[in-house]
Design a protein around this ligand. Structure first.
Ligand SMILES: O=C(O)CCC(=O)C(=O)O
Length: 278
């Protein structure tokens, strides 16, 4: 990671590394997103198998809409390869070292013309459970998002609040249910923050955004004519987490295999599925 990128991340709680993945790699990832999307549409309802979870918004008036899929890397080798790419370790190692687990592996879609596909301002740290499974979170974990499409304000790019990573845990009404809640500038004002200081992360396909577990962020609606996709992976220093799947062990990329590890689905062993979960 270039020194200025690291400095930007430390100072503002976010950074963007441009052009990490090339157009061939983005075509490969696009194909993987399409494949998982087709699988989700075939299921038609929210569905779980072990840690893999397909979140499908089902409004009777509309056809099913795929919102996100957690842990697709268990069943899609392309996605598994990119989540543990040495290209990613290059940024992470200067911040977190070379023994890293992963606590999020998630595909996000923001389809055009769909209401409610927003994400209210929130801090990812507040969604982690159980809290005591994670230690020194602010210095131990980094969230990353690979842009599959061009992201800007018109299609619901992520909006971050610079410097918010140093404010600790904030009290937000929508913190638990940020997904599909409106991105509301009033939430910033209620915290005494200036909405004009929020930054929209304009990204090109192949760029990687990094943000901290306490960085306040969210995203607005997609008002464009095209889908906006984001491949989100978050990492944590292995010894500071009791949960998560290995991503890098002594710097060596770790494919997913064998018995799934406990991540955030507490009933992994008692209720593994497969099952619809509407
Ligand atoms: O896709 C998005 O913009 C939402 C990402 C996000 O806020 C998150 O994963 O915490």
């Amino acid at each position: 990671m270039a020194k200025d990128l690291l400095n930007q991340y430390r100072k503002y709680g976010y950074a963007v590394e441009r052009g990490v993945f090339d157009s061939y790699e983005i075509a490969e990832l696009t194909h993987a997103f399409e494949r998982v999307h087709d699988e989700a549409m075939l299921l038609g309802r929210s569905y779980r198998l072990l840690n893999a979870f397909f979140k499908i918004n089902n409004d009777a008036a509309l056809r099913p809409v795929v919102r996100y899929v957690q842990w697709p890397s268990y069943f899609n080798r392309t996605l598994d390869r990119y989540r543990r790419s040495p290209r990613v370790l290059k940024f992470l190692a200067p911040m977190l070292g070379i023994n890293l687990k992963q606590i999020t592996n998630q595909l996000h879609w923001k389809h055009p013309g769909t209401a409610n596909m927003e994400c209210a301002f929130h801090q990812d740290a507040k969604t982690l459970r159980p809290r005591d499974a994670f230690r020194d979170l602010e210095n131990s974990s980094v969230q990353t998002g690979i842009a599959i499409d061009h992201h800007d304000r018109s299609n619901g790019a992520m909006v971050v609040y610079p410097g918010s990573q140093s404010l600790g845990e904030l009290h937000l009404d929508a913190e638990e249910l940020a997904m599909d809640q409106r991105l509301d500038e009033n939430d910033l004002e209620r915290l005494g923050l200036d909405p004009d200081k929020a930054v929209t992360l304009e990204l090109e396909p192949g760029d990687v955004a990094l943000w901290s577990p306490h960085t306040l962020h969210g995203s607005g609606p997609n008002r464009s004519n095209a889908v906006r996709r984001f491949y989100i992976n978050s990492y944590i220093i292995a010894e500071n987490s009791d949960r998560g799947e290995w991503a890098f062990r002594n710097g060596v990329s770790q494919p997913l295999s064998g018995q799934p590890a406990m991540v955030d689905y507490d009933e992994l062993y008692e209720k593994p599925g497969p099952m619809f979960v509407d």
